[in-house]
Design a protein around this ligand. Structure first.
Ligand SMILES: Nc1ncnc2c1ncn2[C@@H]1O[C@H](COP(=O)(O)OP(=O)(O)OP(=O)(O)O)[C@@H](O)[C@H]1O
Length: 262
């Protein structure tokens, strides 16, 4: 016989609070005839220690959602909690501090400092904050991302994939509550892109990182545990461990829907 837990029973020891909880997010741009509902009541929970891809037709609100979740932009209405911290009530200085200390970013452009070595780039946020790097964690990250042999190289001496690995290592070094990627493989060829996606996967599987990535590429999204589909600023579906074919099918249907609505 199975019994239900008491209503206020503590979570089982394996339960982790979600990495992100967004409730009722709305964001509009413009007014009158040019009014656009970029986000139109988005409710989304992202579990900790998972790899999540955000997909949808062009203009569906992916970047707006990512920016609101990452504290880079503010929603007009609704709440966002990241790692248990409520973002919406923070002022600009508090938000900047939270982003610096608790949130990691990887963009399409690698954003490395050309005059610094890979090691210096990875440790730059700590140098700027005057904080000491946890050497054990640094070695762990560098080892897991396969960068040990490249640490004294400058960005110009590294391939695109290696530069993105340095950017990922830099983001992971602060042990962010969430690592956000905005088209992190958008500038990479297919082979290098696969290498970077495998490493993001490794950061989830080996380092217990939560990764949230916007991508247009069903192959990239195929590395994720969960694909969140957006259409017209709303959640249009969530796919758990989808195949590339399933992702492509759903995206095609959403794009056709978007064209029919236009
Ligand atoms: N700063 C802005 N001013 C006015 N409209 C904006 C602004 N930013 C975004 N929008 C509009 O909000 C909607 C959602 O934009 P968003 O960039 O989030 O979509 P997206 O899904 O990331 O698109 P894409 O895949 O083309 O990058 C679009 O209609 C866009 O034109």
């Amino acid at each position: 016989m199975t019994t239900s837990p008491a209503p206020n029973a503590p979570y089982p020891p394996t339960h982790k609070p979600p990495a992100i909880e967004a409730v009722g997010l709305t964001k509009t741009y413009g007014s009158g005839e040019t009014l656009v509902h970029a986000l139109n009541g988005v409710n989304l929970t992202i579990p900790a220690g998972k790899f999540v891809a955000i997909m949808g037709p062009s203009g569906s609100g992916k970047s707006t959602l990512l920016h609101c979740l990452a504290g880079l932009d503010r929603a007009d209405q609704g709440g966002v909690r990241v790692g248990g911290m409520e973002l919406t009530t923070l002022n600009d200085n508090q938000l900047t501090k939270l982003r610096r200390e608790h949130i990691g970013f990887v963009f399409q452009a690698f954003n490395l400092v050309p005059t610094l070595t890979a090691a210096e780039n990875i440790q730059l946020p700590f140098a700027l904050a005057g904080k000491k790097v946890d050497q054990g964690w640094y070695q762990n990250v560098v080892h897991n991302l396969g960068l040990a042999e490249r640490l004294s190289h400058k960005p110009s001496q590294l391939s695109g994939g290696q530069q993105q690995r340095v950017a990922i290592a830099r983001a992971l070094l602060t042990r962010p509550a969430v690592l956000f990627g905005d088209e992190p493989t958008g500038n990479l060829d297919t082979v290098t892109s696969a290498e970077v996606l495998r490493l993001l996967r490794t950061s989830v599987d080996q380092l217990n990182q939560t990764v949230v990535m916007v991508t247009h590429d069903p192959v990239a999204a195929g590395y994720a545990d969960q694909v969140v589909l957006l259409a017209d600023g709303q959640i249009a579906g969530i796919l758990q461990h989808p195949t590339i074919e399933q992702i492509t099918q759903r995206l095609t249907a959403l794009r056709e829907g978007a064209v029919n609505h236009a």
